[in-house]
Design a protein around this ligand. Structure first.
Ligand code: F6P
Ligand code: MN
Length: 298
C-alpha cells in the first residue's frame, strides 16, 4: 500500500498532510547529502549555491511544513526562534540527526514531533511523531496514537514513492542490542553496573552515534538505547522537545518505555525549547529496571 492511501484511511487530515510533506522533502534531503556536505563538487545538479547539509535540511523541511498550512509554529534544533504559521500544530524537529556521521556514511535521521500546544510543551500534548532514517533505505516510522507504522522509499518511474513495510510494529519480547552514548568513565555508577549486566545476559553492543539509527535498531531487535546522565553533565545531551519526546511517543506506542532516570520522558515539560535530559529508551522491562537502579542509588 502507498503512503497516501494509508494516510487517507488512517490519519487525521492535518497529520496526513504533514507526513506527506515530510516524506517528499526527505527524499530531497537524501539526494543532496553528498553535495551539501562537500563530498562532491561545490555546485549541486540544480546549480544552487552550497549550504551546509543541516541548514539545507532545516530550510527544506520548514518550507515543506509551512506550505501545508497546518502548522502554528515550527521549532527546530537549527533555529533560535520558531517560524510562525496559522495552522493547528506546533512541530518540533531535529532536521538532520547525526550529521557528523555523513562522511563515514553511517545512518542519519530526521525527527518530528506534532504537538497540539504551543512550545515548549510536554510529550503528553503530542498528537503524533515521526522519524526518517537515511540508512540502507529511507524509511518513515510514525505513530498518530494508533500503533507504529513504517514505510520505505522505492522508485516509481521517475519519482520516489513510499510503500508500506510494517503496520503495528512492536518491540520484540527478547531484547538483543544496547547502545549508550558518552564515555563509560563519565557514566553515573548505576548505568555502568547496568551495562555490565547486559553483557552478562548476552546482549550485544550496537552504537552508530546517530540517535535515530541507534533507536531504530532497538525497535527492530529489542533492547535499550541511552544517552545517560553523566557525572559532569547531569542533563545528558539529547533535547527533549526535538529528539527524545517524539521518539518516546513512538516507543510507547510500540510497547516500550522511555525514562529520564526517574520519570517518563513524556511527562517532562521543558522550560526552554532546547532543554536536554538524560534518556533511557527501549524495551519496557529493561528501562524500568535501570530506572529502579538509578533511583535506589540516590
Ligand atoms: O543529536 C545529537 C547526536 O548526534 C545523536 O544523534 C547521538 O545519539 C549523539 O549525538 C551522539 O553523541 P556522542 O558522539 O557523544 O556519542
Ligand atoms: Mn540530533
Amino acid at each position: 500500500m502507498k503512503l497516501e492511501e494509508f494516510l487517507r484511511l488512517n490519519a487525521p487530515e492535518d497529520l496526513a498532510s504533514l507526513t506527506s510533506a515530510i516524506a517528499e522533502a526527505s527524499v530531497s534531503v537524501w539526494d543532496n547529502i553528498p553535495f551539501k556536505s562537500g563530498l562532491l563538487s561545490e555546485v549541486n545538479p540544480s546549480g544552487e549555491k552550497q549550504k551546509a547539509i543541516d541548514v539545507f535540511s532545516n530550510d527544506l523541511f520548514v518550507e515543506a511544513l509551512a506550505a501545508t498550512g497546518c502548522v502554528r509554529e515550527v521549532a527546530s534544533e537549527e533555529m533560535a526562534e520558531p517560524v510562525e504559521g496559522k495552522g493547528a500544530f506546533s512541530v518540533a524537529m531535529d532536521p538532520l540527526d547525526g550529521s557528523s556521521n555523513v562522511e563515514s556514511n553511517n545512518p542519519l535521521g530526521s525527527i518530528f514531533g506534532f504537538y497540539s500546544k504551543r512550545l515548549p510543551a510536554s510529550g503528553r500534548s503530542l498528537a503524533g511523531a515521526l522519524y526518517v532514517t537515511y540508512g540502507s533505505m529511507i524509511t518513515l516510522t510514525f505513530s498518530f496514537g494508533k500503533g507504529v507504522h513504517r514505510f520505505v522509499a522505492t522508485r516509481d518511474g521517475a519519482k520516489m514513492s513510499f510503500e508500506l513495510l510494517s503496520v503495528n510494529l512492536k518491540l520484540p519480547d527478547k531484547p538483543e542490542v544496547y547502545g549508550f552514548g558518552g564515555f563509560r568513565k563519565d557514566w553515573i555508577t548505576p548505568v555502568r553496573k547496568f551495562v555490565d549486566s547486559l553483557e552478562e545476559r548476552g546482549m550485544r553492543i550496537r552504537y552508530c552515534g546517530t540517535f535515530v539509527g541507534d533507536y531504530n535498531q532497538v525497535l527492530c531487535r529489542g533492547g535499550i538505547f541511552a544517552y545517560p546522565q553523566l557525572l559532569k553533565k547531569p542533563q545528558g545531551k539529547l533535547r527533549v522537545l526535538y529528539e527524545t519526546a517524539p521518539m518516546a511517543y513512538i516507543n510507547e506506542e510500540a510497547g516500550g518505555y522511555a525514562s529520564d532516570g526517574s520519570r517518563d520522558i513524556l511527562d517532562i515539560t521543558p522550560s526552554t525549547l532546547s532543554e536536554p535530559s538524560p534518556a533511557y529508551i527501549g524495551s519496557a522491562p529493561l528501562v524500568h529496571e535501570l530506572e529502579r537502579m538509578i533511583s535506589s542509588e540516590k
